[in-house]
Design a protein. Sequence first.
Lengths: 321, 557
Amino acid sequence: MTRFLASRLLQALVVLLLMSFVITVLMTLMPGDPVDMMLAGNPRATPADAARLKALYGLDKPLLERYGHWLQAALTGDFGFSRLYAQPVLTILLPRLGNTLLLLGAAMALTLSVALPLGVYAARRPYGWADNAINLFCFAGISVPAFWLALLLILLFAVELQWLPASGLGPVGGESWWERLPYLVLPVASLTLASIGGYTRYVRAAMMGELRQDYVRTARAKGLEEGRVVWRHALRNATIPIVTIVALEFGALFSGALVTETMFAWPGMGKLIYDSIMGNDLNVALVALLFATLTTLAGNLLADAAYAGLDPRISFKGDGA
Amino acid sequence: MRTGLAAFTLAAALAAAPIATPALAAKDELVIGMTQFPSNWHPSMEAMMAKSYVLSMARRPFTAYDPDWRLTCLLCTELPALDKGTAEYETRADGKKGIKVTYTINPKATWGDGTPVTTEDVLFTWTVGKHPQSGYSNFDLFARDIVAIDAKDERTFTIHRDKAVCSYAEINDFEILPAHLERAVFEADPATYRNRSKYETDTTNPGLWFGPYRIAQVEPGSHVVLESNPTWWGAKPAFKRVIVKSIENTAALEANLLAGQVDMVPGETGLPLDQVLAFEKRHGSRYNVFYKPGLFFEHVELNLDNPALADLRVRRALLHAIDREAISKQLYDGRQPVAHNEISPLDRVHAPGYPTYAFDPALAGKLLDEAGWSERRAGVRHNAKGERLSLEIMTTAGNRSREVLQQVLQAQWRQAGVEVRIVNEPARVLFGDTLEKRRFKSMALFAWISAPENIPRTILHSSMIPTEGNNWAGQNYTGYRNPEMDKVLEDLEHVCEPDANRALWAKLQTLYAQDLPNLPLFFRADPFILPSWLEGVVPTGHLDSSTLWIETWKAKE
């Protein structure tokens, strides 16, 4: 187990190192460097001004040197300042990370808690009216564009019924979670409705496969009660592919949902990454994207650990070959 | 596409829906919704419309253009003038003619913590602005235009300018800083000042602000709360609190307005014109919707290195071939006036009498024939060499209004036998690279924004053509060269005698209209949506925000 973890950690470090370099190169290749963009609105700026600002922001140095400086500082925990926000990168990033985790974590928890029973129910009664109704609901959720669904929810619940706030993090001056809760409802509902369909379909497909297995037939023949067969035996095996999908989505928990964040004016990671890339704010884009990479890797590691828990045949030990 | 579907959904869903009455209850609070959020708070780092809009409630520049487009004093007591003796020509040490101008700070002006605004703040601001490591983007004002500042006393100071320019009284961009709070931060390390300034680290410090309001709370990316400033020396503002919410998606912003969670949407950084036109048709009776044509000059930039466009007859034909009046009526409900020149008719220096180009397809065809594009094959004109009259038009991808306009132009030019292909790019690429390095092949549709009485030197002077040699400085993307225009632009800066100055402005507009370095289309109108209970909001139509006069805003009795 220790060897496995050490190996995965080493792999993660290599991936992060490569990603940091690739992101730096790609951001540098994008048209319009930060100083060009800054001076675009100032026609009286001279070449000397451009050179002065490029030196000030370290943009006059070769790419490798700039990357080396960043890496050296990053290893000491200094991720630099945001050019756009004039703040330390982590000061910008951490509150948005919290907002995104709250939004996407709540949406994922709600999605899984609805999709699992729905998928299992549909798998146990395939092609019946209930399965067809669930499938219809799933395909509707998958097909509806996120921004459109968000807008419909705002129109219904904020404009017409006036039950819920249309957007924002919370009331001005309202700090308690109770005051902020209503602001979470519509964005979470929007994300959940859009993703329930996919998860329900995955669960249904995995469960239908498991319910046809010999061990399920044997368990039923032995007189095991149906609930135990389904929830304890079949679902446990069906969960393995679901865990893979959840693990892949894990990174998205930290990289945000741009469309939903924009529609509900929810300042999260998706919007931050988008703005930092469009605004050529290299430090913020770099750290935010590395964070998303890191969490995706962590999600996959957790998935591997979960496989071993769910299926005793999977082991972290070498096979001796 | 997404925006289009969103707008359609909004229109369809709300066409007959009962709409919430805009918030009438809390009239001591005003909630403003806009589509941007200021990325930082230092008044002189990175110009941004949303920041300017918010900071105009909490600060005041020395001078600004008022809603009638006249220069006025806001922090000073009186505009300097030659006839009053507060402006005076002088000879600089290098023998050149300069000018010194004297301002007096309003004697009642104090920072939000009670510290008086003094000449010490002025001198400190100049020190920061001209420091090569401060990161100021308007470095040229502090380091080149201003050669010295003398403090006469605590409130009076004289600025020595390097040139005897006619606009000597204007110091709109001299954003004063509180020396008592910022000096220590700046002197500790000028190179990192931009990141350590109290404007970024302690934004709600009352001592940073001196407008009718001060920033009391910032939720980055979401909202900013401004509370009335007890040390404000002017008329007391009517609202105790102003909340500025950022909702980037325009359909969501409109929904917030209808839900009563936002009271007003300003024209400066609010909803696009087409969306407001549709909104007005459905809900106009419940709101006060108005449009202010301004200084956003929508035009088609031409690359004069393109052989076809280098021919003046082709440029004139292109303008005669499009029906701008009909486009304005159809697309903008007539709210966006047709531009015939770079200078807005609302500008004091506008001088009618220059040539204009009405919609005249026959004349357009004649001009193209004369230019050698006389043979039509499959509807497209060809010249004697068999070359097609084929051009490209670029604009910012995703800007729905411009994309629609682009398609209409393409269709009208097609009628005249000109093939136009649409090649759009994201704003960042178009402005960050393609235009700046003059990589557009023939035409680009975008807008210039300027100040009233702005001399368009950077756009029309031949020395302002971006090249690798000048590090792509300048905005004469067309590559326009006319020695006569160069001379007019240079003279306009220092020939200040009213009649002579007026004649120069008239000549500039005539030369522009004769040469057509670009194709003028419209002056963009800023649409404002205000609740019917709000009064006193006067849009400016230029870069100085309407919030500079927020103390006149109030709820109707």
